[in-house]
Design a binder for this molecule. Structure first.
Ligand code: PLP
Length: 430
């Protein structure tokens, strides 16, 4: 960069700078107009000093709040001792122990750095174990960014089940043959597909609560039964639900235990860390000694089990193990859901609040929403306007989700109520 360019640069705001050096002006996650400076508890501040009650929570990891003093102290102590070693470290080992103690399906754990990787390897583990190739996923289900996962996450038009629709350019056409897609909450369709493809189907991967859609009563139980009958592995993607719906995740909360699960977000305490966890006989495929060359699943990652992330994760789990933590989280979430429901109803908007107390959102639809196509029938434009009006009023949230934090205070909740009331009034009258 020339001296003259560098000088003009000083005068540019971060949003403009980002537009020059980042495609689309953003990291790809969230609109680039918001540049966050710092977070504490249930609030964040942007670079212009604007304050928000934060229901984005870093897209979920900050369940105990931003810059929690205990998590910060644990991470700082580790940073001072060196930040990454590639070799085993005690914090990663202790975090694996904590996961095995907490999560019903977890007999062993393999760490990676992101949820995307965890899902990719969980599917590979299912293939290695069963020696079959295909994976069944659900329309609208999110399992990260790998070529295999990015199928029928958000198709613009309904396709024909079970054919997948790739969500991105650059995904090899040949992979379409490796993925089957079914509607969430439709056990009969799943049963039919599993029976038809059982000789080539390695696993079924599902978000036990798909985005904000809870499973219909009996759906997860049916998946468990159908997969077990045909020797197909059941994988719960618990990147979102892990340590959030309960300390043992969705499998504890809904009472259905998969063969494998993936974890991320909360277990890294705000640092990059994720995991595949599950039955020891399946996890054995990560160990060449145990399964030999043919069954061995190759998996290596520079930052896997990073000690700073593991220490932050351990500190986070310690907070979550305290008596009453989940009662408090659910009480906050239940109150927020009830308030939002009531405000929408009072203003005569056709809408409903869907989810579980630790994560939910409003859907502008009067129909019962059970699956991805049900969410498409809602008024998405209304949802976008609501989010924009809320952002102006100091509420930060993702496109289709409120994440609730243990750190959200009575004042935060009151602020949310006032912002909702004001934004809903605009929606109802304009
Ligand atoms: C259910 C689910 N699985 C996987 C992922 C991917 O995780 P990451 O963003 O850490 O790669 C996400 C991310 O939001 C997720 O919500």
């Amino acid at each position: 960069m020339s001296g003259a360019e560098a000088e003009t640069d000083v005068g540019l705001g971060f949003v403009e700078k980002a537009k020059r050096v980042l495609p689309g002006g953003s990291f790809g996650n969230f609109p680039g107009e918001i540049v966050i400076r710092e977070g504490r508890g249930g609030r964040v501040w942007d670079e212009s000093g604007k304050e928000y009650v934060d229901f984005l929570l870093g897209s979920g990891p900050m369940l105990v709040g931003h810059a929690h003093p205990e998590v910060t102290a644990a991470a700082q102590a580790r940073i001072a001792q060196g930040t990454t070693f590639f070799a085993n470290n005690r914090y990663g080992i202790e975090l694996a122990e904590a996961i095995v103690a907490a999560v019903p399906c977890a007999e062993q754990v393999r760490f990676v750095s992101t949820g995307s990787e965890a899902d990719l390897y969980a599917m590979r583990a299912a293939r290695a174990f069963t020696r079959r190739d295909k994976i069944l996923k659900f329309e609208g289900g999110y399992h990260g960014m790998s070529d295999y996962s990015l199928m029928s996450l958000a198709p613009k038009r309904p396709g024909n089940f079970p054919q997948p629709i790739p969500d991105s350019a650059g995904i090899p056409k040949s992979l379409r043959d490796e993925i089957l897609v079914a509607p969430f909450n439709d056990p009969d369709m799943v049963a039919g597909l599993v029976r038809e493809h059982k000789s080539e189907l390695a696993g079924v991967i599902v978000e036990p609560m798909q985005r904000i859609l809870p499973p219909a009563p009996g759906f997860l139980e049916a998946l468990r039964r159908i997969t077990a009958e045909h020797g197909v592995l059941l994988i719960f993607d618990e990147v979102v639900t892990g340590f959030r719906l309960a300390y043992g995740g969705a499998q504890e909360y809904y009472g259905v235990v998969p063969d494998l699960c993936t974890l991320g977000k909360v277990i890294g305490g705000g640092f990059p860390l994720a995991a595949i966890a599950g039955r020891a006989d399946i996890m054995a495929h990560f160990d060449r000694q145990a399964v030999g060359d043919d069954g061995f699943l190759m998996q290596v990652g520079t930052l896997s089990g990073n000690p700073v992330a593991a220490a932050a994760g351990l500190a986070t789990l310690e907070i979550l193990r305290r008596p009453g933590a989940y009662d408090q989280l659910f009480a906050i979430g239940r109150g927020l859901m009830a308030t939002l429901t009531e405000l929408l109803r009072r203003n005569g908007l056709t809408a409903q609040v869907i989810g579980e107390p630790p994560l939910f959102d409003a859907v502008f639809s009067g129909e019962v929403v059970r699956d991805y196509r049900g969410t498409l029938r809602g008024n998405a434009e209304m949802g976008r306007r609501f989010n924009a009006l809320l952002r102006e009023r100091g509420i930060l949230k993702g496109e289709a989700k409120y994440y609730v934090s243990l750190a959200h205070t009575t004042e935060d909740i009151q602020h949310a109520r006032e912002a909702w009331a004001a934004a809903i009034e605009v929606l109802a009258t304009h």
